[in-house]
Design a protein around this ligand. Structure first.
Ligand SMILES: Nc1ncnc2c1ncn2[C@@H]1O[C@H](COP(=O)(O)OP(=O)(O)OP(=O)(O)O)[C@@H](O)[C@H]1O
Length: 271
C-alpha cells in the first residue's frame, strides 16, 4: 500500500474549505485500457458552483478521467475502472445506479458539437420526454424555451424551432448541445474541449455561458488552452502521464504552482 499517494495529497492539500461538501468525490481512481494503465490512482473532489479545469499535455488522461465521472468509459470495451467515484456520496460504479439516470445527472458536452439530426425543438425535448420530466406539451415548451434561454440561444432560434439542429452554425450547435444537457436538469456538466472546433467569437460566447451556468452546476472542462482554463475556471487540476500532479485554485496553479512539473507545463517547457 502506498502511504504517501501524491495524488491524494494534492487533492486534500488543495483544502477547499469554503466549498462545502463535494458533489463528486473520486478516490484512488485508476483506468486501464486492456493492460495499459491510463489513469493512476487519481483522487479529487469536485464542487458545485465552481468550474474545474483539467489541463495537461496530450495523452495525459484528461478525457479518460473526465469520462469516468459519468461512466462514459463503459462504452469502450477494453476500458476498466478501479477505485470509487461518489456522486453525493453514492458510488456510481458499484451502487445500483441506472446509467441513463446518471448521465442525466452528470451531463456531457463533447469536443465536436453533436446535435441529433432532428429539429432544434426536438433536440431539447428528447431528454425531458424520455426521462418523464414534462407532463404536458406546454410543460415541454417551457423546458425547451428555458433551456435555450439559459444556453443563450433562444433569441437566435425562437422563430425556427422546427429547423434541423444540424443546420445551425458550429457555435450555435454547441450551445444547442449545452441546452440539451441542461434540459434534463443536471447537477454536473462535463465538457470535453467544448471550444476546440469553434472560432474565437463562438469560443468567447461559450466561455461567457460557462461562467453564467456555474452558479447552478458543477462544471468540469477539459481544455488544451491554458488561457481558457485561466479565464473560465476557479479550480485547476494538472494531469501528467496519468497522474493528478496538482490541484488547486486556478489563480494559485497559474501564479504559484507547488510542483515542478506544473511549473514546467504552465511556463511552456513541455506539452
Ligand atoms: N479508447 C482507447 N483505447 C485505448 N487507449 C486509449 C483509448 N482512449 C485513450 N487511450 C489512451 O489513454 C491515454 C490517455 O488518453 P486521453 O485521451 O484520456 O488523454 P488526453 O489527456 O485527454 O489527451 P488529448 O489532450 O490529446 O485529448 C493515452 O495514452 C491514449 O492513447
Amino acid at each position: 500500500m502506498k502511504m504517501n499517494n501524491p495524488d491524494l495529497e494534492s487533492s486534500v492539500a488543495a483544502g477547499f474549505t469554503d466549498a462545502g461538501p463535494a458533489k463528486i468525490s473520486a478516490n484512488k481512481v485508476s483506468v486501464y485500457y486492456g493492460e495499459k494503465k491510463a489513469i493512476d490512482e487519481v483522487s479529487i473532489d469536485i464542487h458545485t458552483r465552481y468550474v474545474t479545469a483539467f489541463i495537461g499535455p496530450s495523452g495525459c488522461g484528461k478525457s479518460t478521467f473526465l469520462r469516468t465521472l459519468n461512466r462514459m468509459n463503459d462504452t469502450i470495451p477494453s476500458a476498466r475502472v478501479d477505485g470509487e467515484i461518489l456522486l453525493d456520496g453514492q458510488d456510481i460504479y458499484r451502487s445500483k445506479m441506472d446509467v441513463v439516470q446518471l448521465r442525466a445527472r452528470v451531463g456531457m458536452v463533447f469536443q465536436k458539437p453533436n446535435p441529433f439530426p432532428k429539429s432544434i425543438y426536438d433536440n431539447i425535448a428528447y431528454g425531458p420526454k424520455i426521462h418523464g420530466i414534462a407532463q404536458s406539451k406546454s410543460e415541454l415548451d417551457e423546458i425547451v424555451e428555458q433551456s435555450l434561454r439559459r444556453a443563450g440561444l433562444w433569441e437566435e432560434v425562437k422563430d425556427r424551432l422546427t429547423d434541423s439542429g444540424t443546420a445551425l452554425s458550429g457555435g450555435q450547435q454547441q450551445r444547442l448541445c449545452i441546452a440539451r444537457a441542461i434540459a434534463v436538469d443536471p447537477e454536473v456538466i462535463l465538457m470535453d474541449e467544448p471550444c476546440s472546433a469553434l472560432d474565437p467569437i463562438a469560443t468567447a460566447r461559450i466561455e461567457e455561458l460557462i461562467d453564467e451556468l456555474r452558479g447552478r452546476y458543477a462544471i468540469v472542462i477539459v481544455t488544451h488552452s491554458m488561457q481558457q482554463a485561466a479565464r473560465v475556471s476557479q479550480r485547476t487540476a494538472f494531469f501528467h502521464l496519468g497522474n493528478l500532479v496538482e490541484y488547486g485554485r486556478t489563480s494559485d496553479i497559474f501564479t504559484n504552482p507547488r510542483k515542478e512539473r506544473t511549473k514546467d507545463y504552465i511556463t511552456g517547457r513541455y506539452g
